[in-house]
Design a protein around this ligand. Structure first.
Ligand SMILES: [Zn+2]
Ligand SMILES: [Zn+2]
Length: 646
């Protein structure tokens, strides 16, 4: 008999060789119907794997991320089989599950595949799925595995197998199909009821540009057709909210092939929007005791050798810039912190000077492979709303709380109410991974957890996720597709003060090391604006939106009055413009709606006579005919309801 511990802590005895499915059946028939994957002693296993020792078992259904992963990975085998049937001679490489669905990288040889082929692939894949074929794992010797793929002329699988240890290699069979696979499948193909091929894209073998280019086939699958329909609707909505599409439509930013990939160019409207965001944060920061600093975009290579960034980012970073004089090497800055440390070092400090808080909207540059670039969320040059706080260890607790307050203020003012917080701490089993004294770490971790609790944050603690230099707190939000992105971050750092030999004179007249906090409530201006676009669908909060109102004269003869209206709006500090094209009001309204302008002010004969405006809200609400002063009052009131002062 073996002892199996379940997640609720209960321990039960089972016959040696029982499977996770047997355990599920012993609990309930309902559970057994829904279990599709399992983890035994921290390793993902099949539901049919015989358990041969004591251990802890977790059973997964479709409702667990682990269950979805097994489901989607298993579907990738079905799709691979369908592709092999439809395109004889293709070479399969790898087919993992991803956050939403799966992909399979395929060398299609002389075949080509495009969107019009997707229905045929889906049809064949579903036929296979309906056969209810069991997934069966089978150990193979390295020699047999190599022989199998050599006979198929598949150099990719041969390369994968050559890197594996004999005795650890397994194949997965279902129906007539065999694939090299480590495991992690659902019980049988019949559970997959809906399959959709989503897209194809180029991908290099092993992500290396020097390798052959393969075709990556993306897909997703579900246990119910209804769930696929819902997912496709969500995708449609997400497409509408894609920040790259909205950014173009609203005239916020662009990219230029000549300037280079991953380097966003901000148009006047986008720049004004960024400035409003920056001013908003600067105002709050000033109240919170920050001082602005400015630093150059490059620094000597030595600076980043000292900071440790060169060792860490060197390879991924851009190559050094060489000046005409020999031995001078500069790097585009990947981080603002080293510059700020050197600002701290410009003069000696006493404990009475601390905390010192330096803030900068600092543009940094990091090399990303061109295939990784994505709109504003993954770029090569971006501006951080960066700040570094230098404080005594005693001040850490309070400083951390203050930074949380500021971060929450930022999220709230921009309408992000659905965020999660993650506290990343050390893994106590691997103390060698971290620098700084145990005492300091304990103090910092306690400070973060206390602060998060005191501020009523809904947070999770992730062990082993801390940076090597200190623990941190991240704010995560979801984009239109439900993908999680890290926005604001607050990190404690013992490393840089050490490396830059930062000191202050304590009340004991001795030299001490300050603690450093890195923080960026937006994260980066680029990513923040991208997520804000997707979150709001381009309907920015009224205080931030490019134009707050548009004046729509009914005909040419109302243009003069429209100008007058615009003037008084400007006097009331309302951002507005006029549409006096020779078009119908109906058309002007439709375009203003598309441009997401919050208020449309229609002026015709009666408005001109009574010195009023007819107000229509974005989305169609008619607010009736009112005086301009009343409208100004309404705008102020709406702004004040979302934008409180810090
Ligand atoms: Zn597999
Ligand atoms: Zn920093």
């Amino acid at each position: 008999m073996i002892k199996i511990t379940l997640p609720d802590g209960g321990i039960k005895e089972y016959a040696n060789g029982s499977t996770p499915m047997d355990v599920a059946k012993s609990i309930s028939e309902g559970l057994a119907r829904n279990v599709i994957s399992a983890k035994f002693n921290n390793t993902i296993v099949e539901t049919t794997t015989p358990l041969q020792e004591d251990g802890s078992l977790v059973l997964y259904t479709w409702n667990n991320p682990e269950g979805k992963r097994a489901f989607w990975h298993s579907t990738s085998h079905i799709v691979a089989q369908a592709l092999e049937n439809l395109y004889p001679g293709i070479k399969l490489t790898i087919g993992p599950a991803i956050e939403n669905g799966f992909y399979y990288d395929v060398d299609f040889g002389e075949h080509t595949i495009s969107e019009k082929d997707f229905p045929m692939i889906e049809k064949r894949a579903l036929e296979i799925a309906r056969g209810k074929h069991d997934y069966k794992m089978r150990p193979v010797s390295k020699a047999d595995a190599l022989a199998f793929y050599k006979s198929q002329n598949n150099a990719y699988k041969v390369e994968l197998i050559e890197n594996l240890e004999d005795g650890t290699i397994t194949f997965c069979d279902h129906d007539t199909f065999t694939d090299l696979c480590r495991g992690g499948h659902i019980p049988n193909t019949g559970i997959v009821k809906a399959i959709k091929i989503l897209s194809v894209a180029g991908a290099y073998w092993r992500g290396d540009e020097n390798n052959p280019q393969l075709t990556r086939v993306y897909g997703i699958s579900f246990p119910k057709q209804k769930e696929l329909t819902e997912y496709l609707e969500l995708l449609e909505e997400a497409k509408k909210r894609d920040h790259r599409k909205l950014g173009k439509e609203l005239g916020l930013f662009t990219f230029s092939k000549k300037v280079g990939p991953g380097l966003p160019l901000w148009l006047p409207k986008g720049t004004a929007l960024r400035e409003r965001l920056e001013d908003f944060l600067k105002k709050a920061q000033k109240k919170a005791g920050y001082e602005m600093v400015s630093t150059p975009h490059i620094g000597q290579k030595e600076l980043y050798v000292t900071s440790g960034h060169y060792a860490k980012y060197g390879k991924d970073s851009f190559q050094p810039i060489h000046t005409p004089k020999e031995d001078e090497e500069f790097l585009l800055k990947p981080m603002n912190c080293p510059h700020h440390c050197e600002i701290y070092n410009y003069a000696p400090h006493s404990y009475r000077d601390l905390p010192i808080r330096y803030a900068e909207f600092g543009t940094v540059y990091r090399y990303e492979q061109s295939g990784e670039l994505h709109g504003l969320t993954r770029v090569r040059g971006f501006t951080q709303d960066d700040a570094h706080i230098f404080c005594t260890p005693d001040q850490l607790d309070q400083e951390f709380k203050n930074v949380i307050d500021l971060s929450l203020y930022v999220l709230e003012s921009l309408g992000f109410d659905d965020f999660t917080a993650q506290v990343s701490i050390r893994d106590l089993d691997t103390p060698e991974k971290y620098i700084g004294s145990v005492e300091n770490w304990e103090r910092a971790e306690k400070a973060i957890i206390n602060a998060a609790e005191a501020k009523g944050l809904d947070f999770v603690i992730e062990k082993g996720e801390a940076a090597f230099y200190g623990p941190k707190l991240d704010f995560m939000i979801k984009d239109a597709l439900g993908r999680s992105w890290q926005l604001g971050t607050i990190q404690v750092d013992y490393n840089l003060p050490e490396r830059f030999e930062l000191t202050y004179k304590g009340s004991d007249n001795e030299e001490h090391r300050p603690v450093m906090i890195h923080r960026a409530p937006f994260g980066s201006m680029e990513r923040f604006i991208a997520l804000l676009l997707e979150h709001t669908g381009g309907n920015f909060p009224l205080w931030l939106t490019p134009e707050q109102a548009i004046v729509l004269p009914v005909s040419e003869k109302h243009e003069k009055y429209a100008e007058k209206v615009l003037n008084s709006l400007e006097n009331n500090e309302i951002r507005a413009l006029i549409d006096n094209r020779n078009e119908t009001v109906g058309k002007k309204i439709r375009e203003a709606e598309m441009n997401k302008i919050p208020f449309m002010l229609i002026v015709g004969d009666s408005e001109e006579r009574d010195e009023t405006i007819s107000v229509r809200k974005h989305g169609g609400d008619d607010l009736g005919t009112i005086q301009i002063s009343d409208f100004a009052h309404l705008v102020t009131k709406e702004i004040n309801s979302t934008l409180k002062s810090f």
